[in-house]
Design a binder for this molecule. Structure first.
Ligand SMILES: Cc1ncc(COP(=O)(O)O)c(C=O)c1O
Length: 395
């Protein structure tokens, strides 16, 4: 249907082999393959000092576990950017906490505004959840320092940015998801690496790690695998956990995908570099993050652009569809959703940058094997469609 789709999932023969081997292993629930995947993921994040890493069912539950492990609950406040996927905020609501929505930094930096976070901190603030939107690091150097000073936790939403580095206080690059108190990754089907549905939660703090381990599996002190191996006969339940486990099929796919992630991230980075000069030629179009320098490894996930102010986005999307190019919008801001407008556990004041950029946002196709010819087609189509929509004529 599409000449160029928004994302493209190309599984490698190694992926098929890994899942087939897991299927024949006679052990399907969380077991040795999950452990091996966790170990490999932690080492990929930081080969020198790997964090604790727990594979889970998806990033939404990783966020729920993170907030729960920090003992966040009713009466507490969690600050989340309004410009994110709704799961970042929903997971805080699950705990009974209040969500305080903050603004993004600027039209060319769609990660959270640390100034706005600081303005919205109250004595009830327990955590801030920076989102590394589009695979671009939020300003963790400043955010973590400000939060540490106040005893507020930082829960990184790393759904878009696996194996991306940011500079920390000592000027060294460190992997996103290992800089705040907890990191939450997504392996949903359209992400930079996938297990179909899946996620990972990481921390460097051994006390938080103990809690995450319990919260993932019913708060039980032993696992089915421990009992199968004869290492335990029974168990106690010491926390109100969930079943948020990953299984062996997904873990096998995850380990196989992880092996190719650095190469795929590099290809995504090259595709973005191919886009930029062409997009810069479209009058009135802005490309967030375009002037950013990488701070180590980069991991672009989506390619958002800002349409010229006043251009009808729906007309542009229709024109792009007619040209065979799929586009999307990341994201309708959370404060515009009915659930969030109606809730007395949500505060959403003063979000001027989010309000200004939201109607202009458009996401263009981005995946590792997008060819130069396809990038040219997308940009040619966009230039024509924007010009026509701007002039108010049919593209
Ligand atoms: C920024 C962000 N956070 C959280 C999630 C939730 O991830 P999952 O689908 O793995 O639960 C997503 C998924 O799209 C996301 O984009």
């Amino acid at each position: 249907m599409w000449k160029v789709s928004l994302c493209d999932l190309r599984l490698h023969p190694d992926d098929h082999r890994a899942v087939a081997e897991a299927l024949t292993s006679n052990w399907l629930t969380m077991g040795p393959r999950t452990q091996a995947f966790e170990d490999a993921f932690a080492l990929a994040l930081d080969p020198v000092a790997p964090p604790f890493a727990f594979a889970v069912s998806n990033c939404t539950v990783a966020l729920h576990m993170a907030y729960s492990a920090l003992d966040i609950g009713p009466g507490d406040e969690v600050i989340v950017p309004s410009l994110t996927f709704v799961a970042t905020a929903n997971a805080a609501l699950y705990t009974g906490a209040t969500v305080v929505l903050c603004d993004v930094a600027a039209a060319d930096d769609l990660t959270l505004s640390v100034d706005d976070v600081l303005a919205k901190i109250t004595p009830r603030t327990r955590a801030v959840a920076p989102v590394h939107y589009a695979g671009q690091p939020a300003d963790l150097r400043r955010l973590v320092a400000e939060c540490q000073r106040r005893g507020i936790a930082v829960v990184e939403d790393v759904a878009h940015a696996p194996l991306c580095d940011a500079l920390v206080a000592d000027g060294q690059p460190r992997a996103l998801g290992t800089i705040g108190d907890v990191g939450c990754f997504s392996f949903f089907s359209n992400k930079n690496m996938t297990t179909g549905e899946g996620g990972m939660v990481t921390t460097r703090d051994p006390h938080i790690a103990d809690k995450l381990r319990l919260l993932r599996s019913h708060g039980m002190t032993t696992l089915t695998l421990d009992r199968h191996r004869g290492h335990a006969y029974s168990y106690d339940v010491v926390a109100l956990g969930n079943n948020y486990r990953m299984d062996e099929l997904r873990a096998a796919l995850g380990a196989s995908q992880l092996a190719r992630l650095p190469d795929n991230n590099r290809k995504r980075t090259e595709v973005v570099a191919c886009y930029l000069p062409l997009l810069r030629r479209i009058p009135g179009l802005e490309v967030p993050f375009a002037d950013r320098l990488p701070q180590g490894r980069s991991s672009p996930h989506i390619l958002p652009v800002l349409l010229p102010a006043g251009v009808d986005r729906q007309r542009v999307q229709q024109g792009m569809k007619d040209a065979g190019v799929q586009t999307s919008v990341h994201y309708p801001p959370i404060h515009t959703f009915t659930l969030y407008k109606d809730s007395d556990r949500v505060r959403a004041d003063h979000l001027p940058v989010t309000e200004a950029v939201a109607p202009r946002l458009l996401t263009l196709p981005l995946y590792p094997d997008l060819s130069e010819a396809e990038v040219q087609l997308v940009c040619r189509s966009l230039a024509a469609v924007v010009q026509a929509a701007d002039a108010g004529v049919s593209p």
